[in-house]
Design a protein around this ligand. Sequence first.
Ligand code: PLP
Length: 499
Amino acid sequence: MEIMYKSTRSDAAPVTASRAILTGLSPDGGLYVPTAIPPLPCSLEELAGMDYRELAYRIMSCYLTDFTEEELRGCIAGAYDDKFDTPVIAPLVKADGAYYLELYHGATIAFKDMALSILPHLMTTAAKKNGLTKEIVILTATSGDTGKAAMAGFADVPGTRIIVFYPKDGVSRVQEKQMVTQRGDNTHVVAIHGNFDDAQNRVKAMFNDRELAAELAEAGYQFSSANSINIGRLVPQIVYYVYAYANLVKNEEIKAGDQINITVPTGNFGNILAAYYAKVMGLPVKTLICASNENKVLFDFFRSGSYDRRREFILTSSPSMDILISSNLERLIYRLADNDPERSRTLMEALVRDGHYAITPDMKAGLKDFAGGFATEEENFDGIRRLYKKTGYVIDTHTGIANAVYRQYREETGDETPTVIASTASPFKFARDVMNAIEPEVKVEDDFALIDALAKASGREEPPAITDIRTAPVRHNTVVDRDEMKAAVKAILNIDGIR
Ligand SMILES: *Cc1c(COP(=O)(O)O)cnc(C)c1O
């Protein structure tokens, strides 16, 4: 079955997967969605016998139908190799009655590596397939983890450049250190005075800026996006949910066909949307539990059917989820609106213009696959501590939100369905808050002394990604106002004054 990609905002002609990956965002401002969500390619028993790469090929080939087998297998082999510190790529760990799907064994120790280690391969393959000669400029806004993972993926990839914007005071110390020490002559990092939504909105505006596109083209560049709006991010994320299920079957925790729940700590709605696509493909998933931090715009949406970003932006200890505009929700809205681009466009325009929108009761009925919850800072820390004291297992502050929300959900509903919790970052990446949660009496100022203390408490070795930043020199120190982002891009690409 040939799958094409169409916009959530217009009836413009669908494009191939490789085109959609190259352009990132549809020219009308919409997100690309597959013209159909394909069924699982084989039985659950067969999937249970596959390793990560084979399973990745089987799932991704259902979506990226204009890639040849050789091309796609090449991309997968180049991505899921010894950049990951375990050959199983995404281990499943049982603790206190839930299954933690550890998605942080890649180069930058957060789940973004799962997709961003393959995106550069998909993109350069797509460029070749489409005869593209311009240099690809990846423009990315990050709430902390995407930026580093994208740079790690694209660093020194021929024919590409990457520019990352992050909120100066909105990321953890380790996250910032990881970014400003990034190697690779084609990598650029810019801090902004503003929050993640400011950065994301201005990046989106640059993608839609025709004048800027023309200036870039003249200088031999073309923008693309490594943000989670790119279909090349979404598709690789479907793989690990199927893999988690396959592992539960293989380990005889469940029988093929049994239902599971999936809990995802959510920000931009990309990770949980991938789980939803897996469900629509036929993976036996009962409920998708969407866990938010105190920026609980999604929790309110699931409850009321009204999405309202007009509220205070709260900085929490799960910074990668500090988001009020969850971009990937647009893809769900489109499905809820019976794939009617007119209806989804109207709602998305209302969000930009008025700061809110409400879906109709029939659309809200489509949300029955989801349960929304949120956890406060205190509930998050309590949950991390409780899990540690009970089992010795240490999770980070994002996974902590999922952990706390899952406990609430289970208490409130009595639903005992086996549950996979997406574990999205290594606790070492958020060592200060994690140590605060598990050993509040330990008072350590120095960041790296804290990491030593965490290694001791968790009985886990410090990951190489941390060891690396202990000594790596700072290579990037640009800070700009949020309204100077476009000027910063032009300066980096040397296109000031080109006419
Ligand atoms: C990005 C991120 C999230 C949120 O994922 P979305 O796909 O944006 O919903 C959660 N946890 C961590 C550690 C992240 O880096």
